[in-house]
Design a protein around this ligand. Structure first.
Ligand code: IMP
Length: 209
């Protein structure tokens, strides 16, 4: 049985969510900073799968541990799917700067045309060189002004019609039930459990990435 799982991220928002989302795993999870590693990956892929795979494989290379990473983003239909894989770097500066830029680009766009989704692709890389992926999405609408202080990134403008509030206004345990990351983890958990317990899995999401 493998002893630990490396989650390749330094994003404080993602770290907080993974601590809760992976609490049922039979081994402790570690982040690069816990183990004294700095894993700087140029996210030069053109897809979430490529970028998630780059990060997960870098984790194995540096640590030798079973490693997992996500690449995620916000896809706004009225902007042709932007910012998408470029969500973290949409404009330089802070999350608040990126939200301001997004709202400016959607100025005048009516509510019914402000549909969007968060997408999360998880890649799991094994020390033996195998790669598995899992994906989750969450549908919403881009609000006209930010609201709420929870979560991170674009959460304050991601409005969930069925909840009547933004992702940043949801209690963390609710975000961790319905989010794109929660859904990707749900799909990844059986793979992780097989790999941690048996070192292998027969599940069919092995990818080339
Ligand atoms: P990356 O996966 O490190 O490339 O960064 C993903 C970027 O997408 C983050 O920096 C956020 O801007 C955005 N993002 C991803 N997941 C979430 C989320 O759960 N809430 C809000 N924004 C998110």
């Amino acid at each position: 049985m493998l002893q630990e799982l490396l989650i390749v991220t330094d994003n404080p928002g993602k770290k907080r969510e993974y601590r809760a989302l992976l609490a049922s795993l039979p081994v402790p999870i570690r982040f690069p900073s816990d183990l004294g590693y700095r894993i700087d990956v140029q996210e030069e892929g053109t897809t979430y799968v490529e970028n998630a795979a780059l990060k997960a494989r870098a984790g194995v290379q540096v640590s030798g541990l079973l490693s997992m990473a996500d690449d995620s983003g916000l896809e706004v239909d009225a902007l042709g799917g932007a910012p998408g894989v470029h969500s973290a770097y949409y404009v330089p500066g802070s999350d608040a700067d990126r939200i301001a830029a997004l709202l400016a680009r959607l100025d005048g766009i009516p509510w019914e045309a402000r549909t969007a989704r968060f997408r999360c692709v998880i890649a799991i890389a094994t020390p033996e060189g195998k790669l598995y992926t899992a994906e989750g999405t969450c549908e919403g609408v881009i609000a006209t002004a930010p609201a709420g202080t929870g979560g991170f990134g674009y959460d304050p403008v991601f409005y969930l019609p069925e909840w009547g509030c933004t992702m940043a206004q949801l209690p963390p345990e609710v975000k961790n039930r319905i989010s794109h990351r929660a859904r990707a983890v749900e799909a990844a958990l059986p793979i992780l459990q097989d790999l941690l317990e048996h070192g292998t899995t027969r599940r069919s999401t092995e990818a080339r990435g």
